[in-house]
Design a binder for this molecule. Structure first.
Ligand code: SF4
Ligand code: SF4
Length: 164
């Protein structure tokens, strides 16, 4: 029995590893060093394992297709949607989302002239590399562009030109 086990183990030792070396096979001690190595062409990024069909990744919102029905807000079990009354549109917090796609199912979307049927304003993308230092970063909030506060630099420039 022991001999049989040893044989199986030795057989595994000479086999190719079944792991996917993502993002690189031999990662350096820190991310900055890794980025530098990739930029210099000394390291190559291995792609992650492909996602299956129907994968539920980061939610994407198209405000042009949104009719402001608020159904997504009503069905969301994670309270990840916020109503923007002045725009009659929604804001989505990716950091609260649990990727259930209930909001996508319920979204009626909008039909533009010349189109055969309405297209949903919400869809699940294939994006899953969404780690961030700030849960309120631009990368983790989906909202109409006009709902975004102007970047701090723009505010500073406007204040400076107003003072001239
Ligand atoms: S995917 Fe689910 S949790 Fe995320 S916003 Fe839609 S309904 Fe809410
Ligand atoms: S995103 Fe869809 S479900 Fe949500 S308010 Fe807009 S149209 Fe309605």
């Amino acid at each position: 029995m022991v001999n049989k086990m040893m044989f199986v183990l030795l057989k595994q030792l000479v086999k190719k590893p079944a792991t996917n070396p993502f993002p690189v096979k031999h990662a350096p001690a820190n991310v900055t060093a890794l980025i530098e190595e990739v930029q210099k062409g000394e390291a190559q990024i291995n792609p992650p394992v492909p996602v299956p069909e129907g994968f539920r990744g980061k939610l994407v919102y198209d405000p042009e297709r949104c009719i402001g029905c608020r159904l997504c807000i009503m069905v969301c079990p994670a309270d990840a949607m916020e109503w923007i009354p002045e725009l009659k549109k929604i804001r989505h917090y990716v950091s609260r989302c649990m990727f259930c796609a209930l909001c996508v199912d319920v979204c009626p979307g909008k039909k533009f002239p010349g189109e055969e049927k309405a297209v949903k304003a919400l869809r699940m993308s294939e994006e899953f590399l969404i780690a961030d230092y700030d849960k309120y970063s631009d990368n983790l909030i989906e909202e109409p562009p006009e709902a975004r506060e102007p970047p701090k630099e723009e505010v500073k420039e406007a204040a400076e030109s107003a003072g001239q």
